[in-house]
Design a protein around this ligand. Structure first.
Ligand code: SAH
Ligand code: SF4
Length: 345
């Protein structure tokens, strides 16, 4: 089937085979047409609203050692910090005052934040009347259950890659089955599940990216966040090439075509590679969510997964106005509700 027919098929049926996806992801000449089709599906299923999620990066301590990430435990140059519960709540309050309807709590895998410490924080943020998303990595089912009980609504945990062998090579000491166990537990406990992958891992094939999309579909992911790998010189993958911008964009469009109802963020990594235009490009290629950073002060700089992170020197207040202007400039508007997944089919 020619590329044009494949895109039509995806737009109409939201189904493609691994081979068909591989063809599209490999075809830079299909990129604009894919983005246009994805933009139509986005409009039809999730509308013109762009949902803003206020992101608090509350700890840069991590017990893991992912080969690509600046927070990995063996990075002795990483600047470690841990916000106090009071500091986290102050930032959450500010996020609410900026008008964000979701607060995302993200960190390295920092087990200082036990159930006893995190539960009251979740409860107090919930009491502010917003949705709470956690992005804190792998925990036991009991811990996930306690956070859910405390009111957490969503959980972001990327599979990173569905290539088991690659996953276990790049995330040493971590197991692919355990990652899947986490995702299953999170889903089973009634969280909205956000997952996703990195684009440009050394050894990652386009076929494997196609399988990533079929994985997101098979678990009926509520959110899918993907981004290009940005090599961090403080890590063993410091010298690999940056993830391909075109493939990342085609991935976003393909994800919208195959998971029409999903919430899809225009991620910071893409904005980092294409300053001042990455977010718009992705919002017009299928995405409908942005996660403005509300972390303040030194912590904002110290949370360095990769170098050159977009907007790191801006203030959260600046980000709020900046995002509003940019979203309006592309003919969209800021979502007025918490932006939960809406089931249409
Ligand atoms: N510790 C948690 C959440 C924080 S890391 C976890 O790992 O789930 C959030 C995401 O940052 C990871 O899922 C990974 O995909 C991404 N990331 C890490 N290092 C990166 C890099 N060098 N370039 C681009 N994205 C990166
Ligand atoms: Fe830790 Fe997450 Fe970075 Fe892995 S990707 S080292 S778990 S912060």
């Amino acid at each position: 089937m020619e590329l044009h027919s494949l895109i039509k098929k995806a737009e109409m049926t939201h189904e493609l085979t691994e081979e068909e996806l591989t063809l599209l992801l490999s075809a830079s000449e299909a990129e604009e047409e894919m983005a246009e089709a994805a933009d139509r599906v986005r409009k039809e299923y999730v509308g013109d609203a762009v949902h803003l999620r206020g992101l608090i990066e509350f700890s840069s301590y991590c017990r893991r050692n992912c080969m690509y990430c600046g927070l990995r435990r063996e990075n002795e140059n990483a600047r470690r910090y841990r916000l106090s519960p009071e500091e986290i709540l102050t930032l959450a309050k500010k996020a609410v005052d900026y008008g964000y309807h979701t607060v995302v709590l993200q960190s390295g895998e920092d087990i200082w934040f036990t159930v006893e410490r995190l539960v009251p924080i979740i409860k107090q943020i919930k009491a502010m009347g917003v949705a709470v998303t956690l992005s804190i990595g792998e925990r036991s089912r009991e811990e996930y259950a306690a956070f859910r009980e405390a009111g957490a609504d969503r959980f972001l945990i990327r599979i990173e890659t569905t290539d088991r062998e690659l996953y276990e090579r790049l995330d040493p000491g971590m197991s692919f089955d355990e990652r899947c166990r986490c995702i299953n537990d999170i889903k089973d406990l009634g969280y909205e599940v956000g997952t996703g992958c990195l684009i440009g891992l050394p050894g990652q094939s386009v076929e494997s990216l196609a399988r990533d999309i079929l994985f997101f579909k098979s678990i009926d992911a509520d959110m899918v966040g993907i981004g290009p790998l940005i090599p961090n010189p403080e890590t063993p993958l410091g010298d690999v090439p940056i993830g391909d911008i075109g493939i990342t964009r085609r991935m976003v469009s393909a994800i919208r075509l195959l998971l029409p109802e999903a919430n899809i963020p225009a991620t910071t990594a893409m904005e980092t590679l294409l300053p001042h235009k990455g977010r718009e490009l992705i919002l017009r290629s299928g995405a409908n969510v942005v996660m403005p950073n509300v972390t303040e002060g030194e912590a904002r700089e110290k949370y360095a997964l990769y170098p050159g992170k977009a907007c790191v020197l801006d203030t959260p207040a600046h980000c709020r106005t900046c995002m509003e202007t940019r979203i309006k400039a592309i003919g969209r508007f800021i979502g007025e509700d918490a932006g939960f997944r809406k089931h249409k089919r």
